[in-house]
Design a protein around this ligand. Structure first.
Ligand SMILES: [Zn+2]
Length: 68
C-alpha cells in the first residue's frame, strides 16, 4: 500500500475510497460523490448507511452460525 494513503469507508454511502487523493474533493469521512450532496441529505444517508452496516453485520453473524 502506498505510504501516506489510507483507504477509507465513506460514512454516507459506504464506498471504499482512497484518502487523501490529489485533486479529489473527498474528505476524511466522505467520498467525492457524497461531498457533493447537501449536508442535510448526507445526514440522512449516514443514518441509512449505519443501519445497512448493522444489518450486514447481523446477517454475517447469522450466516456464520452453523445450521442446527
Ligand atoms: Zn460516499
Amino acid at each position: 500500500m502506498a505510504s501516506g494513503e489510507r483507504q477509507r469507508t465513506c460514512r454516507a454511502c459506504g464506498k471504499k475510497f482512497d484518502y487523501p487523493v490529489k485533486d479529489s474533493a473527498a474528505t476524511r469521512h466522505h467520498c467525492e460523490d457524497c461531498t457533493a450532496v447537501p449536508a442535510e441529505t448526507r445526514k440522512t444517508l449516514e443514518r441509512l448507511n449505519s443501519r445497512v452496516t448493522q444489518l450486514e453485520n447481523q446477517l454475517r453473524r447469522l450466516s456464520e452460525k452453523p445450521t442446527v
